[in-house]
Design a protein around this ligand. Structure first.
Ligand SMILES: CC(C)(COP(=O)(O)OP(=O)(O)OC[C@H]1O[C@@H](n2cnc3c(N)ncnc32)[C@H](O)[C@@H]1OP(=O)(O)O)[C@@H](O)C(=O)NCCC(=O)NCCS
Length: 154
């Protein structure tokens, strides 16, 4: 049976779980930069939304988006490995895209590792275009692909 999940704002008690999922699913091979204190700071930033997907009480995914003057920046997003391909990533992204649209922002940007084929497919499926290769973006070692999605014309 597939359990249903809810999307909600992250609570401070989620900071450790979010940081661990970031370390394990996103930051592998890099120094752990999204530590619990950094996640907490992000949650407390008025221009940032941190959201989680929960199945019953278990955190199964999260995403963090920063809203700038005209552009939203999707900092991080991950779903627990055992819960992937069930639409949770899509639900997190839809939630954040709606807030960016409602705020009147023109576009969303995100970066993914050049080697991260699954995430590149995921974002392509959701209308993100690959705008630029960012050489050495991660610790001056790993390259990133800059992704953009236009929400409205300027
Ligand atoms: C990227 C990620 C968040 C997607 O989450 P998810 O819950 O598995 O995604 P969804 O189930 O909503 O997938 C929606 C669509 O995206 C595409 N997609 C998702 N994962 C894919 C994969 N591994 N390979 C190819 N396409 C994929 C598919 O089109 C999928 O639709 P389908 O399942 O009907 O074919 C998840 O793979 C993840 O946590 N990866 C590790 C962390 C990461 O790379 N984060 C992004 C950079 S910060």
């Amino acid at each position: 049976m597939i359990a249903s999940y809810d999307i909600a704002f992250a609570r401070s008690s989620d900071a450790v779980g979010i940081a661990q999922l970031s370390r394990d699913a996103i930051e592998q091979g890099l120094p752990w930069s999204w530590t619990p204190p950094r996640v907490l700071r992000s949650m407390r930033d008025a221009d940032t939304n941190a959201i989680v997907a929960r199945e019953r009480d278990a955190l199964v995914g999260f995403a963090i988006m920063k809203y700038r003057d005209d552009e939203a920046h999707l900092f991080l997003m991950a779903v627990q490995f055992s819960r992937r391909r069930r639409g949770i990533g899509r639900a997190l992204l839809d939630w954040l895209e709606l807030t960016a649209r409602n705020a009147g922002l023109a576009s969303i940007r995100a970066e993914v590792r050049e080697t991260n084929g699954p995430a590149r497919s995921f974002y392509a499926r959701h209308g993100y275009t690959e705008a630029q290769l960012l050489r050495g973006y991660y610790e001056r070692h790993d390259d990133a692909v800059l992704l953009k999605k236009t929400l409205r014309g300027l």
